[in-house]
Design a protein around this ligand. Structure first.
Ligand SMILES: O=C(CO)COP(=O)(O)O
Ligand SMILES: O=C[C@H](O)COP(=O)(O)O
Ligand SMILES: [Zn+2]
Ligand SMILES: [Zn+2]
Length: 330
């Protein structure tokens, strides 16, 4: 049993209070390896942004939960070495059982998500309540979810969203005691969030997807004023990365994300945490493809993972400065 406090990590409570008052959102970036962690910390130190480091189930399988936890501990020291003691939260992304959440809490995570959004409502409430009761004993914060995102969260079809029902949110947050609530208003996971047929073209010929359901977000805010809201599936899928990937042998087709102006608008509302994973995957892949293609004799991983880390850092700095507004808030 290790308390995250001994590791120099923080939970999300104060982060969200400040983000709510200051009308910005905390970046929640997923990491699976050292280069991603370093890029996140470098970007957030350089922009003076608080940050949530997220560990998904895929990351646990790929890199091992214990290793990732020690990397987060290292991240705290690394940030100080780089010259700024920024608030860093270590968060379990999409926890699906009580046991998994408990194991992360016991190991030093400062925040967990219990995603019971696929369960019947009463089961989601009961499971989330159980995690909250355990987590709050150790001052660990908990994110719950109501509504189902299209895409990987929805096995039926990639178009089908089950939007969050505003009339359920008061009951859910009261009964469960969660610290934040992930909602479904039109975002989805991955790089193919919309089909081209769903989009219109702007003057520059760029595909513009249908807007997020800000009307639902407003209804939710009216019912639970000042309560921190979380947006999953918030990658913007920058076309420059898709183009580089495809130029150098890739085949990433019909990749469309959430426009940045939509995320900026969300960050100014009760949305206090914005989850970004796919954009980092695209940036890293674009860098690695370009280098391996243009320098075919290169075989030192540092020569392509190093630049990939630089590209990632630039992406994350852009998110903090230009999209979420978290720069300068650490
Ligand atoms: O929600 C996410 C992680 O929980 C990531 O979403 P993206 O796939 O849009 O990056
Ligand atoms: O929400 C999902 C995250 O983007 C990560 O998914 P993953 O399990 O493939 O790492
Ligand atoms: Zn979910
Ligand atoms: Zn997610």
């Amino acid at each position: 049993m290790v308390s995250y406090k001994e590791l120099g990590l923080v939970n999300t409570r104060e982060m969200f209070e400040k983000a709510m008052a200051g009308k910005y959102a905390i970046p929640a970036f997923n990491f699976n390896n050292m280069e991603q962690m370093q890029a996140i910390i470098q970007a957030c130190v350089e922009t003076a942004s608080p940050v949530i480091l997220q560990v998904s189930s895929g990351a646990r399988k790929y890199a091992n939960q214990t290793i990732l936890r020690y990397m987060a501990q290292g991240a705290v020291e690394y940030a100080k070495e780089l010259g700024r003691n920024i608030p860093i939260c270590l968060h379990l992304d999409h926890g699906d059982t009580f046991e998994l959440c408990k194991s992360c809490i016991d190991m030093g995570f400062s925040s967990v998500m219990i995603d019971g959004s696929h369960l019947p409502y009463d089961e989601n409430v009961a499971l989330t309540r159980k995690v909250v009761e355990y987590a709050h004993q150790f001052d660990v914060t908990v994110e719950g979810e109501l509504g189902v995102l299209a895409g990987i969260e929805d096995e039926v079809s990639a178009e089908h969203h089950t939007y969050t029902e505003p009339d359920q949110v008061v009951d859910f947050v009261t009964k469960t005691g969660v610290d934040s609530l992930a909602i479904s208003i039109g975002t989805s996971h991955g790089a193919n969030k919309f089909r081209p047929e769903q989009c219109t073209r702007n003057a520059e010929g760029v595909l513009v997807p249908p807007p997020l359901r800000f009307d639902i977000l407003e209804e939710i805010e009216k019912r639970i004023p000042g309560f921190p809201i979380v947006l999953h599936g918030s990658s913007s899928v920058p076309q420059k990365y898709v183009d580089i990937i495809n130029k150098y042998g890739g085949a990433v087709k019909d990749a469309i994300g959430i426009p940045e102006d939509q995320l900026r608008k969300a960050a100014e509302s009760a949305v206090c945490k914005i989850n970004i994973d796919s954009d980092g995957r695209l940036a890293m892949t674009a860098a690695v493809r370009e280098i391996l293609w243009t320098k075919p004799a290169e075989f030192d991983p540092r020569k392509y993972l190093g630049p990939a880390r630089e590209w990632l850092k630039e992406l994350y700095k852009h998110k903090c400065e230009k999209v979420l507004g978290s720069a300068g808030k650490a």
